[in-house]
Design a protein around this ligand. Structure first.
Ligand code: DOR
Ligand code: ZN
Length: 344
């Protein structure tokens, strides 16, 4: 049995870094293992314009640990007022690598998101023309749609119509959670990619709700039933080019997770690679881990894979239960099993 595994250095194609004290505390947890990450723009207020993205980029760079070689790949938050010339200039200058679509009200800080998809059609057409990917939070927000069905309904009612109306638009289905999404992604051409988180490979909805409510397993899209988790594991470990890692590592202070209306998000940056190695080993697919963490994402985004490497050894991994921030502690995702693979 192999005891050591060397991969091209991974990238994270969906990451929340926040700002201020939280940014300073969580950034090293990502830069320790990852070379690049697509940075989510759902700050308060959101990162809407190229000027906002430039300023946020500079705050991230200023918060980097000494000597860290890490490139933040910036995104713009799509609103019904987004100016397509500003988007095009941001792409042309190399500042942004994607635009993020949040349906209004779908998740944390998504109030400025899109309500009427017709209104953003000109921006989407421009993005197709300049080959700028659209990262999609794929959930409808209608109160009458069951929360466990929101992803599947979004694919039928919103995603597929957008793709048909905007040929050539590159789309990333973010943090997919259902076999419906896996099946949809597989039926599309190479303009469609899909990210899968670490936590959705590990937990199903029982982990959140059975035997007492577990706020640290609550995220959006919410974890679904076991058959969906198994479909995600099969997709992630398949080495198919359309599936790649986007951790959606989403730190919230413990105080905010434990409120009566607690925040959604799992903080997985510190132990993601150890967990993934274990998942891939359980699926007899360790040889496919590099495609998922380090090759498929750059290929979709038209970037070269990283030149340097990262090694995992089967020596047992430890990680802190919490990390400290000046805003209060943030609990690290607990996969529920001891971790065999350590990043060395
Ligand atoms: O669980 C989540 N947390 N899902 C999201 O879509 C947003 C994220 C956050 O920003 O906390
Ligand atoms: Zn996210």
């Amino acid at each position: 049995m192999s005891q050591s595994l060397t991969l091209r250095r991974p990238d994270d194609w969906h990451l929340h870094l926040r700002d201020g004290a939280m940014l300073r505390a969580v950034l090293p947890e990502t830069t320790r293992h990852f070379a690049r990450a697509i940075i989510m723009p759902n700050l308060v207020p959101p990162v809407v314009t190229a000027a906002d993205a430039r300023a946020y980029h500079d705050r991230i760079r200023a918060a980097l640990p000494e000597g860290a070689a890490f490139t933040p790949l910036m995104t713009l938050y799509l609103t019904e007022e987004t100016d397509l010339e500003d988007v095009a200039a941001a792409k042309a200058s190399g500042l942004v690598n994607a635009v993020k679509l949040y349906p209004a009200g779908a998740t944390t800080n998504s109030a400025s998101g899109v309500r009427t998809f017709e209104k953003v059609r000109p921006v989407l057409e421009k993005m197709a023309e300049i080959s700028l990917p659209l990262c999609v939070h794929g959930e409808v927000t209608d109160a009458e749609i069951d929360i466990f069905d929101r992803e599947a309904v979004f694919i039928d009612r919103v995603l597929d119509p957008i793709r048909r109306a905007t040929p050539g638009l590159r789309v990333v289905m973010e943090h997919i959670t259902t076999s419906n999404a896996v099946d949809y992604a597989r039926a599309q051409d190479e303009t469609l990619g899909a990210t899968i988180t670490t936590h959705h490979l590990v937990i199903n909805r029982n982990h959140i709700l059975a035997g007492g409510i577990k706020p640290y397993y609550y995220c959006l899209p919410v974890a679904k039933r076991e058959t969906h988790r198994l479909a995600l594991r099969q997709a992630a470990t398949s080495a198919e080019a359309r599936f790649f890692l986007g951790t959606d590592s989403a730190p919230h202070t413990d105080a905010n997770k434990l409120l009566p209306c607690g925040c959604a998000g799992c903080f997985t940056a510190p132990n993601t690679l150890s967990i993934l190695a274990q998942v891939f080993e359980e699926e007899n697919a360790l040889d496919n881990l590099e495609a998922f963490t380090s090759l498929n994402g750059p290929a979709f985004y038209g970037l070269p894979p990283n030149e340097d490497t990262l090694t995992l050894t089967k020596t047992g991994a430890t990680y802190p239960a919490q990390i400290a921030t000046d805003d209060g502690p943030v609990t690290v995702f607990d996969p529920g099993f001891p971790l065999d693979w350590a990043v060395t």
